[in-house]
Ligand binder design. Structure first.
Ligand code: ADP
Length: 293
């Protein structure tokens, strides 16, 4: 179905301001995807103001995560998504779903991802636009983006189609990132993410040490673990190189706009999660206990 008619269909069915705004985001992304360009109206022409969207009490946030491969964007984005009740939208997951399908893009995507390269902005925005449209049709509002934007052009497009409240930049030293990517395992049955790497680096020459316990699977998953095809040493190194080249400028993009929150991970989930909640001023959130590691 053409993006325009898909959008018209759900736009007619939404009523609340937050859902309307989410559908506006979907429509504008869709226009960006179909035109393959930045030729869409400036954001001031639609009501995407905070007044219409921000339900501060409900933490109806529009956040994005930046950070190198292996830093834990998916882990923390999905925990925050549960905590705040907003969808976690990972473009890496959207790409993997597409490449595991028998769709027309599958082979093309497989080649790109397995070399550690970035998928074109057009394909990514198209996948994201479809995901956001489906979410809008289900009445979703707010989001936590993970893996998008990854280029300055993607950030510029996003800036024109919606208001991002905050961008969280997760940071970890590069030798740890590599070990974490190589230790990553996924349960082929339930999709759970685990990590068999034990990081235990002692303080050295003034550089702080870091300890991260492995995140081991329950016994049900233990014999069903698989490794992502792009988590090989060669490909991870290429992904890190591309991150530094293409994505680090995105940090500056948001820093200049006063939207970047830098967060250096102090250790594994038990050490990092409470500190991240504090940094996000969520440490008094009602439901945090249920997620405390
Ligand atoms: P990482 O662990 O490297 O952060 P992701 O799971 O986010 O990986 O993404 C996996 C792959 O999907 C990337 O290496 C890239 O090929 C593709 N991809 C995901 N998001 C984007 C994006 N925003 N732009 C271009 N390619 C992307």
């Amino acid at each position: 179905m053409a993006a325009g008619s898909r959008l018209l269909r759900f736009a007619a069915s939404v009523s609340s301001p937050t859902v309307q705004t989410f559908s506006v985001f979907a429509r504008r992304l869709s226009i960006a995807a179909s035109e393959g360009d930045l030729r869409f109206p400036p954001s001031s022409t639609v009501n995407s103001s905070c007044e219409a969207r921000c339900d501060v009490k409900g933490k109806n946030v529009q956040w994005a995560f930046l950070g190198c491969p292996g830093v834990g964007k998916g882990t923390y984005a999905s925990r925050l998504s549960l905590l705040l009740g907003v969808p976690h939208i990972s473009t890496g997951d959207l790409v993997r779903e597409e490449l595991n399908s028998s769709g027309p893009l599958a082979d093309q995507l497989k080649g790109i991802v397995n070399q550690g390269k970035l998928v074109s902005d057009e394909i990514i925005i198209d996948l994201l636009s479809k995901r956001v449209e489906e979410g809008a049709a289900r009445g979703e509002s707010g989001f936590i983006l993970d893996g998008f934007p990854r280029t300055v052009r993607q950030a510029e497009i996003l800036e024109r189609v919606t208001d991002i409240d905050q961008v969280i930049n997760l940071k970890l030293r590069e030798d740890v990132l590599l070990k974490k990517c190589l230790g990553r395992r996924i349960c082929s049955q339930c999709g759970g993410n685990f990590n068999v790497a034990l990081i235990d680096i002692k303080e050295e020459e003034g550089k702080p040490g870091i300890y991260m316990a492995p995140l081991l699977p329950p016994s049900d998953c233990a014999d069903k673990l698989v490794t992502r095809s792009d988590d090989t040493e060669e490909v991870v190194k290429e992904r890190l190189r591309i991150y530094n080249d293409m994505t680090q400028p995105v940090e500056e993009f948001y820093r200049k706009r006063g939207k970047l929150l830098e967060f250096e991970l102090p250790g594994g989930i038990p050490e990092s999660w409470p500190k991240l909640l504090q940094a996000l001023h969520l440490d008094n959130h009602d439901h945090k206990q249920s997620l405390t590691a």
